[in-house]
Design a protein around this ligand. Structure first.
Ligand code: AMP
Ligand code: ZN
Length: 142
């Protein structure tokens, strides 16, 4: 069993440890998935790594990969069980993004016709010169 960092004050660490209950969908040595207690839609499920990492950018690649790898199977089961025809994978990092629980989690949010869910998506236009400068800065930081 791999050792994972934990934070005793963290609600998701408490769920991982079993000291707070959850409706668990799957579990293995690296992650668990459980029903969100405040679902945005029927079937809203969270994939949570067993290690305590506040945001995805702080997380080991292989653990993040294990969480992402659980999404296809889980989403197929959630679609089959709920009849949802579509779904969003949402992963918030930091308060400004809407993150409330500082332990990485991936939301699987089933979508249905006229479900009232949505978000602002106001595209701008990428300036070619700015794009090249940005690209160079990102690649330098990799
Ligand atoms: P986020 O805003 O991305 O941090 O999302 C946190 C999510 O965790 C919300 O959708 C909450 O409803 C959910 N949540 C918080 N506490 C619990 C809990 N004890 N069991 C299940 N889901 C929870
Ligand atoms: Zn935690």
């Amino acid at each position: 069993m791999p050792q994972h960092p934990t934070d005793p004050a963290c609600i998701f660490c408490k769920i991982v440890a079993g000291t707070i209950p959850c409706l668990k969908v799957i579990e293995d040595d690296r992650l668990l998935a459980f029903l969100d207690i405040g679902p945005l839609s029927c079937g809203h499920t969270l994939i949570v790594p067993k290690g305590h990492y506040a945001t995805l950018d702080q997380m080991p690649d292989d653990l993040a990969g294990a969480c992402a790898a659980a999404a296809p199977r889980l989403s197929r089961a959630i679609k089959a069980a709920t009849g949802a025809s579509a779904w969003n994978l949402l992963q918030n990092n930091g308060r400004l993004s809407g993150q409330a629980v500082d332990h990485v989690h991936f939301h699987i949010i089933p979508r249905r016709e006229a479900d009232g869910l949505g978000y602002r998506w106001n595209p701008t236009k990428l300036d070619a010169e700015e794009g090249r400068t940005l690209l160079a800065a990102i690649q330098k930081a990799l």
